[in-house]
Design a protein around this ligand. Structure first.
Ligand SMILES: O=P(O)(O)OC[C@H]1O[C@H](O)[C@H](O)[C@@H](O)[C@@H]1O
Length: 430
């Protein structure tokens, strides 16, 4: 993986990072790296996620999904970190197994998915690290009921991915379901390279060892200097741009297959860094599509953004047929891939020409290895940025607050957070 930070320098962009400031920041990167390495060596909560290339047991994951190999559909019942990593891999890689990610409780949407799949040929992966997330448990109960109504033995078609104890662990024990354990020290949003992200990929026939190999290559690139580590270069520069005024970071892959990656990244970046009044707001975009919508704002709106471009160097291509329409003759003989690349470079240059900061991330291709590299690098970038902001990267108290309030409202316990709902200020105009 390569990261080009040239367009983030102050000789190109405002806000931009002066080179001497980058050199000074590099000393902080060295300290942060030492702290990260210490956390990893001691298997501290969160830091442990960066050890997954060594600790994940891909044989165990393959064995767990083996009973479901006849499946034509996968229903992954989980939300947030228990969905987005696996969904990113599913979206990026082709498979004959059609995967659906039930990460919302919109009733019409859930019903339409249940109507789309043949439940007798569906594998269900119920994923919740905590085993307490109301959306996940509710969706599971709905899916289980749908299977029973369709005469399908849900216990034959379900596996559970959860922690050592909790509701889902109890469920797995009670019904003797195959189960995988979420590693203790790995928060959900950092779990794509664990049982949480890789089991769905294994069921879909993807080479999960190659994903881990790609991640291991990115891990081997971690170094005490941002000039030697693409992941740290990204984390450090995004941080440096944020503190200089680029409080918004638009993640804009130029690969349709990486659209979900931007969603995964948004959770990782937002939930990890949004603390103590700090953090950079991630925005999801997609090239070339959003050139024709959001780009107007990025280039001519408030100067408070950076754009992160992601692309693959190689991809399968489709030629653009020759045409006798004179005005279109420049397209004939070219290809969709060439057009996409030209759009990518033109957009990058257009932002730089308007003095706006942007960073380019490039992987060789959107395959298992490239995805492993990209996902691990973004996790390492996030951990590094957390050290630079000096926030507690691996907790999410603000999200937990809302979870408790919702649970209290549903009568799932006595949570003072639920009382705040009654205090809502109303000013309704009809
Ligand atoms: O895996 P679970 O325990 O069900 O949690 C699912 C999600 O719940 C919360 O919203 C957390 O903030 C997320 O970080 C987590 O990924």
């Amino acid at each position: 993986m390569r990261v080009d930070i040239g367009n983030a320098l102050d000789r190109v962009a405002t806000p931009g990072v002066p080179e001497d400031a980058l050199d000074r920041l590099d000393d902080r990167v060295a300290d942060a790296h030492a702290r990260i390495e210490e956390g990893r060596a001691k298997n501290e909560h969160g830091y442990e996620a960066l050890n997954l290339p060594e600790t994940v047991d891909t044989d165990e994951i393959r064995a767990a999904v083996e009973p479901f190999e006849d499946s034509e559909y996968l229903l992954n019942v989980g939300i947030g970190g228990s969905a987005l990593g696996a969904a990113t891999l599913s979206a990026a890689l082709d498979s004959d197994v059609e995967a659906y990610y039930l990460d919302n409780v919109d009733p019409e949407w859930v019903e339409s998915i249940l109507g789309d799949v043949d439940l007798s040929k569906t594998a269900v992966n119920v994923v919740s690290r905590s085993g307490t997330t109301a959306e996940t448990l509710s969706n599971f109960l709905v899916v289980r009921d749908a299977m029973e109504s369709a005469g399908v033995d849900w216990t034959e078609r379900t596996w559970v991915t959860t922690g050592e104890e909790g509701n889902l662990r109890d469920l797995a024990n009670k019904h003797d379901l195959p189960s995988l354990k979420v590693p203790d020290g790995v928060p959900g949003r950092f779990s794509v390279l664990s049982t949480v992200g890789l089991a769905a990929a294994a069921l879909q026939g993807h080479d999960i060892d190659a994903i881990v190999e790609g991640a291991a290559a990115a891990e081997a690139d971690l170094a005490p200097s941002l000039y030697e580590s693409p992941a740290y270069a990204y984390g450090a520069v995004a941080y440096a741009l944020d503190v200089r005024g680029a409080g918004i970071n638009a993640m804009m892959p130029y690969e349709e297959s990486l659209e979900t990656f931007a969603e995964w990244y948004a959770q990782l970046w937002a939930e990890s860094l949004g603390k103590d009044g700090l953090g950079q707001t991630p925005v999801r975009a997609l090239g070339a599509t959003d050139q024709h919508s959001q780009l107007q704002l990025y280039r001519a709106g408030p100067n408070d953004k950076m754009v992160t471009f992601v692309r693959a160097a190689d991809r399968e291509d489709t030629p653009i047929p020759e045409t006798d329409l004179e005005g279109l003759s420049y397209l004939g003989g070219s290809s969709l891939g060439e057009l996409l690349d030209a759009e990518f470079e033109a957009t990058e240059a257009s932002l730089a020409a308007a003095d706006l900061p942007n960073v380019r991330i490039e992987i060789d291709s959107v395959d298992e290895y490239g995805l492993g590299e990209l996902l691990y690098s973004m996790e390492a970038a996030t951990v590094l940025a957390g050290e630079l902001y000096d926030v507690d990267t691996f907790i999410q108290p603000a999200v937990e607050w809302g979870k408790k309030a919702a649970r209290g409202l549903l009568g799932g316990g006595d949570f003072e957070e639920a009382d705040a709902v009654a205090d809502k200020t109303t000013l309704t105009i009809e």
